[in-house]
Design a protein around this ligand. Structure first.
Ligand code: AGP
Length: 621
């Protein structure tokens, strides 16, 4: 996934472009570049095989001026992270420059045809093919005399080129000869147009627009925006010109800065009391001992008719789905299946008409999740989305859903989105349960537990100092095991993923009982095992597994929820979290696991917010 920005107006484009790329860098950061139309004419391009900061340094040395410009920060899909493969790409010997996010599936055949026409390529990217293809269409139009070389010719050349593409794109194009024209087009990769006064903006999401404008247009698939400094037209591939839907930037996207924290991830870990409160806000119905949602778009009768639920997502969101399975089956007695989105799309399981499919996603742009939901929707099933980003692709395409209201999550490692997803899933389980068999008293008890969450999470954050000491003891380990049972099996998986993705230590999560079936062979004095072992229905069983690891010399870090003498006498390190009922333990237990991965990654000198090889939202399949 990549970040794109564009500017056309009366000021120099560069400041917005750089600021916007800094705010989009979480989407990809292996190379970056900008292009402007110089006041003296001609397209200037500066690109680096590095971060946006490196690009900014290059521009300090050699400025790029001009009131028309585009920019890009890349997460490599085709071609390594090199300067040549960085965007923007020049089309047709300087006729235009282009920045692209997505994957063009037929780029090789298009490239071959363009090379046969004499086009020279500098990169291995599919995006450069698009740049030359537009240039070729532009030249053909001029040659056939039906292109009068006007702005309209440029627009039509872009439309013609796009009609030949298969795959996904969010792109911005600017022409050498049209100083007051920026074209943005979307098919499968998000783009937002910011509406200013005598200046207009384009970005991959709303974060770069904060502070520049509050009026935005979310482009939908197959829409193309013709953007001039004082006018915006939106054209649909099939419908022609359409009235743009200008919305107001929600306050949710304001404030994407660090506020004194060392990293976004730490800020977002500490935001969890508030983000969980925001997830709960307005959704607990105490009078009826249930929860309430405004956006499911299902009648009570339809909801009662649900016989099966499929929860699908990727990564951390898939872990949330696993907790959701336990929650909904326990509280609502509805059969639930959890599917990796990338598997669901191609596995083609039998799905009855009374099955609903929930896509769980923070970004709302994960290509695998989007594709899976489109697949089940195509078969006539009701799709719902648990999503954090308002107006994102999945939020727009699902038949209904629930927003997390967690605020921008910038750190690549998902933290507050995870606990907000679990909070919403708990309320959904309550809601479904109270439509069926769950008693009023049971509903009241669940609401009381949910209401205590923000303060319990606040209290749990007090373990940070203790976690830091534990991290210092085990930061050099090369393997970790994370073990839990029941609701804390998914918690173990999530703890392992956090450690893996930001500290690059190999970590595996397992149901604690599974240790005996192979993984216990990994246990030795160099392999710490993190046990999630709070009081509850499976406490004794997990304690036995902990003893099995200790008996083999394995170091044990234990997460307990009371002054647990037994575990304290056995474990090498103990972190105590507040007590809460089983079904909400993953939310509280996740906090020390998030902090442990953060502190270990710091000690190992890793880039916590932008770990190697990763991107915040994976918009390629
Ligand atoms: C989580 O820490 C990872 N960054 C990753 O697994 C992420 O959860 C996954 O890519 C799904 O993203 P989404 O929730 O935005 O769909």
């Amino acid at each position: 996934m990549c970040g794109i920005v564009g500017y056309v107006g009366s000021k120099d484009a560069c400041p917005f472009l750089i600021s916007g790329l800094q705010r989009l860098e979480y989407r990809g950061y292996d190379s970056a570049g900008i292009s402007t139309l110089r006041p003296t004419g001609g397209l200037g391009v500066t690109k680096v095989a590095g971060r946006v900061a490196d690009l900014d340094s290059a521009l300090q040395r050699q400025a790029l001026t001009g009131a028309l410009g585009i920019g890009h920060t890349r997460w490599a899909t085709h071609g390594a992270a090199t300067e040549d493969n960085a965007h923007p790409h020049i089309g047709g010997q300087g006729i235009l420059s282009l920045a692209h996010n997505g994957v063009i599936e037929n780029y090789e055949s298009l490239k071959f045809a363009l090379q046969a026409k004499g086009y020279a390529f500098r990169s291995q990217t599919d995006s450069e093919v698009v740049a030359h293809l537009i240039a070729d269409c532009f030249k053909n139009a001029a040659a056939d005399q039906h292109g009068d070389g006007s702005v309209q010719s440029g627009i039509e050349a872009v439309q013609e080129a796009l009609s030949q593409l298969r795959g996904t794109y969010g792109l911005v194009v600017m022409f050498r000869d049209y100083p007051d024209l920026l074209i943005a087009a979307r098919c499968g990769s998000p783009l937002v147009v910011g509406v200013g006064k005598d200046e207009q903006f384009v970005a991959s999401d709303t974060s770069p627009l904060v502070g520049f404008t509050e009026r935005i247009i979310y482009l939908a698939d197959h829409q193309l925006a013709v953007i001039r400094s004082n006018n915006i037209q939106v054209l649909h591939r099939d419908q022609g010109r359409i009235r743009p839907d200008i919305q107001t930037l929600s306050s949710q996207t304001v404030d994407a800065n660090l506020e004194g924290y060392g990293h976004y991830m730490l800020k977002e870990i500490y935001e969890q009391p508030e983000s969980i409160q925001n997830a709960l806000r307005g959704r607990l119905d105490k009078d009826n001992a249930t929860a309430k949602f405004g956006g499911l778009n299902l009648t009570t009768q339809q909801l009662r008719g649900i016989q099966r639920i499929i929860l699908t997502g990727c990564g951390t969101s898939w872990h949330s789905a696993l907790v959701g399975e336990y929650l909904i089956e326990e509280l609502a007695r509805i059969p639930v299946e959890v599917e990796y989105a990338s598997e669901l799309r191609y596995r083609n399981p039998p799905v009855d008409h009374d099955t609903i499919v929930f896509g769980i996603t923070q970004s709302g742009e994960t290509a695998d999740t989007l594709a899976a939901l489109r697949e089940v929707k195509r078969k006539g099933h009701h799709t719902l989305a648990l999503c954090n980003v308002i107006g994102s692709s999945i939020a727009q395409e699902a038949d209904g859903g629930v927003y997390l209201h967690a605020g921008p999550e910038i750190g690549v490692a998902s933290t507050k989105a995870f606990t907000s997803q679990l909070t919403v899933l708990s309320m959904l389980a309550l809601y479904f349960g109270r439509l069926r068999h769950l008693s009023f008293e049971a509903g009241q008890r669940i609401i009381s537990q949910l209401e205590s969450l923000p303060s319990l999470v606040e209290k749990t954050l007090e373990c940070h100092g203790q976690v830091k000491e534990i991290a210092e003891r085990y930061a050099d380990a090369t393997n970790f095991l994370y073990l839990g049972r029941n609701y804390n099996f998914p918690t173990a998986l999530e703890g392992a993923l956090k450690l893996k993705e930001i500290s690059y230590i190999h970590a595996e999560g397992y149901p604690a009982a599974e240790m005996k079936h192979g993984p216990i062979a990994l246990v030795d004095e160099r392999t710490p095992s993190v046990f999630i072992v709070p009081q509850g229905t499976v406490y004794d069983k997990v304690l036995s597994n902990l003893q099995e690891v200790k008996a083999r010399g394995g170091p044990v870090i234990a997460i307990v929820d009371h002054d647990d003498r037994q575990v304290t006498n056995l474990a090498d390190a103990v972190i105590q979290i507040p007590q809460i009922e089983d079904f909400l333990q993953p939310i509280v237990a996740a906090i020390p696991l998030q902090l442990l991965s953060y502190e270990i990654a710091l000690l190992r000198g890793c880039d916590v917010d932008k770990p190697r090889n990763l991107a915040k939202s994976v918009t390629v399949e």
